[in-house]
Design a protein around this ligand. Structure first.
Ligand code: KG4
Ligand code: ZN
Length: 362
């Protein structure tokens, strides 16, 4: 196959329809986004306070073709100029994943190009290799709406899970607290905005699992504590000041928990892989500025370098999917037309269940 491995990527696993074209950087380190087109469905789901799978699937179907055409057009390419077509093959809302996979397979068939099914979580996990050109291995905190895990990323398709949430994901906790406080959907950015004006010390919220051994996480007790705190406030609508202080106190508690678990994971990771490796944060929650600050400090203390993707590449996008396509194509890891979309697809299939977990999300 001729260089330079230009890959078209398609993302449709949740509430963003996106297409992008990525190629490796000329100097061989990292990648270059040649074009990206993204359509957020936030306004379509907002009246329901969360993502409605049927609306999401229909909207992906309506828009994916035009986004692919736009991305290729902006890159100045046709389907014949690309080297492979990658699409999120899971995990995610199955209706949307089917739309992306079918679209990618059709383009691949017509253009005679390889098809690559990408694990959405690997998209988040490898983004920093595109944006910062970092080498394996690195320690990763992957914190999004459906997932919250600590992983040792050792190679393409090789991640070892060190810990995971035993109940809610961090982004899910942000979303639920936002809903509770009437801040709407999506919750994370709204809570972060409100927290800027708030006092993180006004409400004493718990830090679940803090100082416990291991790297597992838990957010459900914290969410309940926010609800109980709200119930103890004088009846009537919450004031703007109350909301800001609740958001700031909640965000500080999440950051403390994540920082603590990263500290433990950094010890385990460094014992296995040596000191001085990167600590990476990825997934939608990685867009949170106060969390980034807390993790920067953890990394400094653990003698690691802190690396995070640019804000726009923390939340779902197609460039990260195209990039995994580049990485996999370089290794000859392509898929056949038999690939079936996977609603669940763990990054580390050998990971044991989290302690106390009834059922851990993929
Ligand atoms: O990775 P992502 O875009 O989608 C999933 O794969 O889940 O992550 C979305 C999650 C949502 O729960 C959203 O509330 C959260 O990331 N999020 C944030 C911020 N921006 C997005 N959480 C905290 N602070 C933010 N700035
Ligand atoms: Zn995601």
């Amino acid at each position: 196959m001729s260089m330079p491995f230009r890959v078209l990527g398609i993302e449709t696993s949740c509430d963003e329809t996106a297409a992008a074209v990525v190629e490796p950087a000329a100097d061989g380190r990292g990648g270059r986004i040649m074009a990206e087109a993204l359509l957020s469905q936030v306004e379509e789901h907002r009246p329901y306070g969360g993502v409605v799978p049927e609306i999401a699937a229909r909207s992906h179907l309506d828009h994916v073709d035009s986004l692919v055409i736009r991305a290729l057009g902006e890159a100045g390419l046709t389907v014949h100029d690309i080297d492979a077509v990658a699409a999120t093959g899971g995990p995610g809302l199955i209706g949307g994943v089917i739309v992306g996979v079918m679209t990618a397979k059709a383009i691949a068939q017509v253009a005679g190009k390889p098809f690559i099914a990408v694990n959405h979580l690997e998209g988040h996990a490898l983004t920093v290799r595109m944006t910062a050109g970092i080498d394996f291995p690195y320690l990763l905190l992957l914190a999004s709406g459906g997932h919250c895990q600590l992983l040792a990323v050792e190679g393409v398709g090789r991640a070892k899970r060190l810990g995971t949430t035993i109940d809610d994901a961090a982004g899910e906790a942000f979303d639920k607290v936002a809903k509770m406080l009437g801040l709407g959907y999506p919750g994370g950015p709204a809570v972060e905005r409100a927290a800027r004006r708030g006092d993180p010390r006004r409400f004493r919220l718990p830090r679940p699992l803090l100082d416990r051994p291991g790297c597992d996480l838990s957010f459900s007790g914290l969410k309940t504590a926010v609800r109980q705190t709200v119930e103890k406030l004088p009846p009537g609508p919450l004031s703007e000041g109350d909301i800001a202080d609740l958001c700031a106190s909640f965000q500080a508690a999440v950051a403390d928990c994540l920082a603590d678990r990263c500290r433990v994971a950094a010890g385990i990771f460094s014992a296995r892989h040596g000191r001085g490796r990167p600590l990476v944060v990825a997934g939608g929650v990685a867009a949170n500025v106060s969390l980034r600050a807390a993790l920067t400090e953890v990394a400094r203390q653990a003698d690691m370098t802190f690396v995070a993707p640019p804000l726009a590449l923390c939340t779902d996008n197609a460039a990260m999917i195209a990039w995994v396509g580049v990485e996999r194509l370089r290794l000859g890891l392509v898929d056949t037309m038999d690939f079936k979309p996977r609603p669940r697809w763990p990054l580390d299939p050998d990971a044991p269940k989290a302690a106390g977990a009834g059922g851990v999300k993929a």
